[in-house]
Write a protein that binds this ligand. Sequence first.
Ligand code: NDP
Length: 326
Amino acid sequence: MLAKAIRIAATGGPEVMEYVDVEAPAPGPGEARIVQHAIGLNFIDVYFRTGLYPQPLPGFLGKEGAGVVEAVGEGVTHVRPGDRVAYAGGPLGAYASVRTMPAHFLVRLPDAIGFETAAAMMLQGLTVQYLLRQTYPVKAGDTILFHAAAGGVGLIACQWARALGVRLIGTVGSKEKGELALRHGAAHVINYNDEDIVARVRELTGGEGVPVVYDSVGKDTFTASLDCLRRRGLMVSFGNASGAVEPFAPAELSKRGSLFLTRPTLFDYMSNQEEQEAMTAELFEMVGSGKVKVEVRQTFALAEAGEAHRALEARRTTGSTVLIPE
Ligand code: NDP
């Protein structure tokens, strides 16, 4: 089946993204072919485009999408043609109008969740699930620090934390983003362009520091994040929006009070179908109950995916963004 897709022949800026015709083959054993209605834009797509995360070239981009199953291969029983589905993970290549992929990544969508919402929430929402509920299981009354609180992952984290009775201190890059994070449930915001993160966190925690920092900004915030932790606190370094974190000595952890450090990825928490089902069920419950509302705040045509990358990297987006195939 003929499809449109974004392909990269080399790593680099958004200009390396070509909108091309590709063939979405008939599904083989264990595979499904999906007609995609919406595709999620994620910062990880930028890392693959720039080469920070290597992949064989020429290659494709995108980890997340939603649409309708058009055909399934031998042995696939949990989804059928006509099912509305979504996924986060699997081989790169979500930036496509139609794609063939391993079917075990697909989950059936509840009727109440539309394709655009699904594409906006799967990868970012499942990330919040493992961060808040598994990496450091937050408890009601905890005060936590969460960077980039007005972003895609960030706005979901603000709401999920509020639902769990957690006081989330969010960092943001502008006054407007701060207001947005507060409206979504952050208890406090720090604008890291003109405020001292460490001093503000110490002030907000009576000098003690926080038990956990969730840091996806990376290079620019790493050291300040360590300085915000209380004794034996956990540093969760889960992204590199400002660049990869520089190598550092483990002694930095003891110097600041026997800290812990983890560098998790979603795909190690969701490494089989059982984990995927449990995490997805919890996400659907949070969204279905209205405790977490996922808004699509920017939409681009798939052909304009390069523009979407420019906006994301220039920090012009807030919340979630989707790409729509023509
Ligand atoms: P966002 O919508 O959060 O966009 C990134 C945000 O990071 C920007 O909006 C910006 O917010 C902030 N930022 C700070 N410094 C920079 C910089 N130098 N350049 C660009 N942005 C910067 O993206 P996502 O929601 O898709 O992802 C958030 C983060 O979470 C990413 O780092 C991503 O890689 C990571 N992630 C990690 C996963 C994992 O399992 N490890 C899974 C999913 C996401 P502001 O202007 O407010 O500073």
